[in-house]
Design a protein around this ligand. Structure first.
Ligand code: ADP
Ligand code: ADP
Ligand code: MG
Length: 498
């Protein structure tokens, strides 16, 4: 096993990887940008190195700097987490060239799967069903019109290099095509440096269901069943659960087998996810493959009892997967709510700031993968994900009840969060009935009505916080630990917010 691993990431996922390292007896090495000097992942590591200023380009995306730190610290392997360099084939290649194990698949696999058109081609050749659409990027606007009328509207335009919900446009009819082409191209160019687009048939009211897979160097590939990720906002997941309430054992088995076939076709190594879109008749089609640890991996860990991050590291170290497909079972139900520093009362507007009070939920069946601590600052520079709250129950009903209980226990004062949104969703009758698709939020969520009492308490609280901010700039340990009136007020405000 490795003795030392560098984690080229930040936030909750860096903390998650550090925990896996600890359990494997590996010494974790952190890197951080200047404003992250006091971040949680730095506190949890054995050694930490500053890699540059706030801008990701100059820090968490700075490959040469990260490689230099790896050399200086004398690590054997580099874990990229998700986002940042996780799906960057050049980085994987640089790691290998410099003698470090990249904890993930080979650079060639990342390249092939990262470019959505080559991924689709590879899957078609392997007999995996893909969403109907083009195999090559479209040449020009005229071709886009021709293909769209062949396939039939609505269609979806996608950036070939896309990811993270960017560079995607739904086109309902011919009239919308030109501006959609322009929008998707410019978004693709600015986000991925590539304006190539391709076309997929738009599947109406679909479900997003994905399969977790693991593959080692000894020819073993297994799947860890599905994750239902249909609760999305702007094509980005916000609530995930497993099992999916939509599919039966027969479809589950078929999707698992197809995902394993897809992984083999990609010569996959490590932990990966095969994403499918499922139509109302339960036909499933390959969407894309994510060649990294996924944000929502904890729910799979809860129901299978398998530590995916540890297994991922073990696979990278050359070990064989220590279980067979027939040993893997789904036990109970797990749900994850992604808690963002965003304001659900104001169109999910980003809400960075200092965390004054933090009380994490706990108790039976609760896991909280949190990236913040009391007194820390949620920065404008990075992903506003502050915590992933996971609830496990024997069945879906118990998982939902536990999640609601934990969401109401969660106290975060200082920034607005999406907790009220999650409570709304978990109380929605269609959600409870398992009756939803990817358009759920867009169709059903209006806004969280702010209650009068909350407004008053919030007003008083914000005046006090402003006063403290002016007086101390940085809150002291003492001012935070005192059981003062505003702490209680904060608690009340959050508990009564709905
Ligand atoms: P998941 O499929 O694991 O839920 P998300 O789509 O939510 O992943 O993305 C996880 C993180 O990775 C987000 O911060 C997202 O912005 C980032 N991300 C995903 N794909 C890319 C990409 N191709 N390039 C850059 N960042 C990406
Ligand atoms: P990304 O790389 O940004 O994650 P995906 O191709 O995985 O992009 O798609 C993200 C989401 O967009 C899906 O989960 C789904 O909600 C929606 N989507 C993508 N393709 C289609 C499609 N052909 N029909 C309907 N919805 C789609
Ligand atoms: Mg995706």
């Amino acid at each position: 096993m490795f003795k030392k691993v560098l984690i080229a990431n930040r936030g909750e996922i860096a903390v998650r990887i550090i925990r896996a390292c600890r359990e494997l007896g590996i010494s974790p090495v952190a890197v951080y940008s200047e404003p992250d000097r006091n971040a949680l992942h730095v506190k949890y590591s054995d050694e930490s190195y500053c890699i540059g200023p706030a801008s990701s380009q100059q820090s968490y995306l700075n490959m040469e700097k990260i490689i230099k730190v790896a050399e200086e610290a004398g690590v054997e392997a580099i874990h990229p987490g998700y986002g940042f360099l996780a799906e960057n084939a050049n980085f994987a290649r640089r790691c290998e060239e410099c003698g470090f194990v990249f904890i993930g698949p080979k650079a060639d696999t990342i390249e092939k799967m990262g470019y959505k058109v080559t991924a689709r081609k590879t899957m078609m050749e392997a007999g995996v069903p893909v969403v109907p659409g083009t195999v090559e990027p479209i040449k020009d606007d005229n071709e886009a019109f021709e293909i769209a009328s062949e396939i039939g509207y609505p269609i979806i335009l996608k950036a070939a290099a896309g990811g993270g919900g960017k560079g995607m446009r739904l086109v309902r009819d011919e009239k919308e095509m030109r501006s959609a082409l322009r929008g998707a191209r410019s978004e693709g160019l600015s986000a991925f440096g590539d304006d190539a687009l391709y076309i997929e048939k738009y599947i109406e009211r679909p479900r997003h269901i994905e399969i977790q897979i693991l593959s080692d160097m000894h020819g073993n590939t297994v799947h860890l069943f599905e994750r239902e990720c249909s609760i999305q906002r702007r094509h980005q997941k916000v609530i995930e659960e497993t099992p999916s309430p939509f599919i039966n054992d027969d479809i589950r088995k078929r999707m698992g087998e197809v995902a394993v076939r897809a992984a083999r076709a990609a010569r996959y190594l490590g932990a990966g996810t095969v994403e499918f879109i499922v139509d109302r008749d339960k036909n499933f089609y390959f969407l894309e493959m994510n060649t990294r640890i996924q944000v929502e991996h904890p729910i799979t860990e809860m129901v299978t009892g398998i530590d995916i991050v540890k297994t991922q590291i073990e696979i990278a170290a050359g070990k064989e997967i220590p279980f067979k497909q027939e040993d893997i079972r789904q036990h109970g139900w797990a749900i994850e709510c992604r808690i963002y520093a965003e304001d659900p009362e104001n169109n999910f507007f980003p809400a960075p700031g200092r965390i004054y009070i933090l009380k994490n939920p706990s108790g039976p069946g609760i896991r909280d993968d949190c990236g913040i601590y009391e007194g820390c600052e949620v920065s404008v520079h990075y992903d506003p994900l502050i915590s992933k709250l996971v609830a496990w129950g024997r069945d879906r009903r118990e998982a939902i009840e536990r999640m609601k209980r934990a969401l109401r226990e969660y106290v975060i004062v200082g920034v607005k969060t999406t907790i009220p949104f999650h409570i709304w969703a978990l109380e929605d009758e269609d959600f409870i009935a398992g009756n939803f698709d990817t358009t759920f939020i867009e169709r059903k969520f209006k806004s969280i009505p702010r209650q009068k009492e909350d407004k008053e308490v919030a007003g008083i609280l914000s005046a006090i916080l402003t006063h403290i901010n002016e007086k101390t700039k940085k809150p002291t340990e003492k001012s935070l630990s005192q059981d003062s009136a505003w702490k209680i007020a904060g608690r009340r405000m959050l508990m009564n917010r709905l």
